[in-house]
Design a protein. Structure first.
Length: 340
C-alpha cells in the first residue's frame, strides 16, 4: 500500500515524505512545481527525496501535476494502491492571495475537491489535510482554540482554508470518509519557504540589506519547528478519527462532529515577539540587521497563539523545540545550502 503526499516538493511535504520513507513506507509524491517561489529549491528537495529513497532501498514515486487536473489525478489513483492521503498541496501565502485570487480558488478549492472525490471513490482509509491558523482571522481571544468561531477571515487564503474544512466535513458526513484537518501555526526550519520571515530575514541580513518589519515590530507568532510538525503528523496519520457517538445536536461543539472528522491546531503554544525572533537571528549570525519599519500588511494579524491541548491529548505529543534551537538549525542549513 502507498501513502500519497501532495505538495511533496514543498516545505512540509518534503520533510514528511522523507520521514515516511525512513519508516519504510512507499510514497507517491505529487507536486505542480510552480514558480510561486524559487523552483530550484523545490527541485533540490525532490532530488534529495529521490536520492534518499535509492540509497535506503525505499520506493518514492514522483509525479508532476496540478490537483486541478482531475484526469491525471485519477490515473495516479488507478496506478497505485493508495490507502492514505496527506494533502499539503495548496497555493500558500496570505499577502499573495490579495494579488492573485484565482490561484487560490483553482488550487485550494477546485484542487481540494478533486482530492476529496478521489478519496471517496478509492476507499481511502484516512485523509489528512493542511488547514491554517489564518482561519482565525480577526479573532482576538488568545490562545486560539478549535472551539472558537472562524467565521471572520481577513484574507482569501484564510477563506479557502476554512472552505477546505467545511468540504472535508461534508465528505466525512456523506461518505464516511475519515478526515483530519491541521491548522498549522507558522512552520519554520531547514529547507523552509523563501517567502517566510526567517528565510527573508536571514538572507537580507547576510547580504547586508534592510529587513522589512511590519506593524513596527508589534507582532507575535507561534513559531513551530518543522521536526515537531512532522512528529505530530506521523502520529495523526496513524490515528483515524471516529464518529462522536455522544455529539450534542442541540448544542453542537465547533471542535467535534457526529462524522469521522477532526480539526486540530498544530503549533508550539509559545508565541514569540517578532523583535525577539529577529534578535535571535542576529545573535546566531553575529550580524546586526538593518531594520525598516512599516504599517501592518493587509490580511495580516498582529498575533497568533495556539491552544494545542486537543492535539496533545489525541496523539500524546507536544512540540518541544525552542525558537533559538530552531533558528540555529535553519541558519546552519541555509549557510550550507547556499554556500555562504
Amino acid at each position: 500500500m502507498y501513502t500519497l503526499v501532495t505538495g511533496s516538493a514543498g516545505f512540509i511535504g518534503f520533510h514528511l515524505s522523507k520521514r515516511l520513507l525512513a519508516l519504510g513506507q512507499k510514497v507517491v509524491g505529487l507536486d505542480s512545481l510552480n514558480d510561486y517561489y524559487d523552483i530550484n529549491l523545490k527541485l533540490a528537495r525532490n532530488n534529495y527525496l529521490e536520492n534518499f529513497s535509492k540509497n535506503n532501498d525505499q520506493e518514492f514515486n514522483f509525479i508532476k501535476l496540478n490537483l486541478e487536473d482531475i484526469c491525471k489525478l485519477e490515473s495516479v489513483f488507478k496506478k497505485y494502491e493508495i490507502n492514505t492521503v496527506i494533502n499539503l498541496a495548496a497555493q500558500a501565502g496570505v499577502r499573495y492571495s490579495i494579488e492573485n485570487p484565482y490561484a487560490y480558488i483553482n488550487s485550494n478549492i477546485s484542487g481540494f475537491n478533486n482530492i476529496l472525490e478521489m478519496c471517496r471513490h478509492n476507499d481511502i482509509k484516512h485523509l489528512v489535510y493542511a488547514s491554517s491558523s489564518s482561519v482565525y482571522g480577526g479573532n482576538q481571544k488568545f490562545p486560539f482554540s478549535e472551539k472558537d468561531s472562524v467565521d471572520h477571515p481577513i484574507s482569501l487564503y484564510a477563506a479557502t482554508k476554512k472552505a477546505n474544512e467545511l468540504m472535508a466535513h461534508t465528505y466525512s458526513h456523506l461518505y464516511g470518509l475519515p478526515t483530519t484537518g491541521l491548522r498549522f501555526f507558522t512552520v519554520y526550519g531547514p529547507w523552509g519557504r523563501p517567502d517566510m520571515a526567517l528565510f527573508l530575514f536571514t538572507k537580507s541580513i547576510i547580504e547586508n540589506k534592510p529587513i522589512k518589519i511590519f506593524n513596527y515590530g508589534d507582532m507575535k507568532r507561534d513559531f513551530t519547528y518543522i521536526d515537531d510538525i512532522i512528529e505530530s503528523l506521523i502520529r495523526v496519520i496513524k490515528k483515524v478519527p471516529q464518529p462522536n457517538l455522544e455529539f450534542n445536536y442541540e448544542n453542537p461543539s465547533l471542535g467535534s462532529s457526529w462524522a469521522p472528522y477532526k480539526i486540530f491546531n498544530i503549533g508550539n503554544s509559545k508565541p514569540t515577539a517578532l523583535m525577539e525572533f529577529i534578535t535571535a537571528i542576529e545573535e546566531k549570525l553575529g550580524i546586526e540587521a538593518i531594520k525598516d519599519y512599516y504599517d501592518m500588511q493587509p490580511g495580516d494579524v498582529s498575533c497568533t497563539s495556539a491552544d494545542t491541548s486537543e492535539l496533545e491529548s489525541w496523539i500524546n505529543f507536544k512540540p518541544n523545540t525552542s525558537v533559538s534551537q530552531g533558528i540555529s538549525q535553519f541558519i546552519n542549513w541555509y549557510k550550507d545550502f547556499y554556500k555562504c
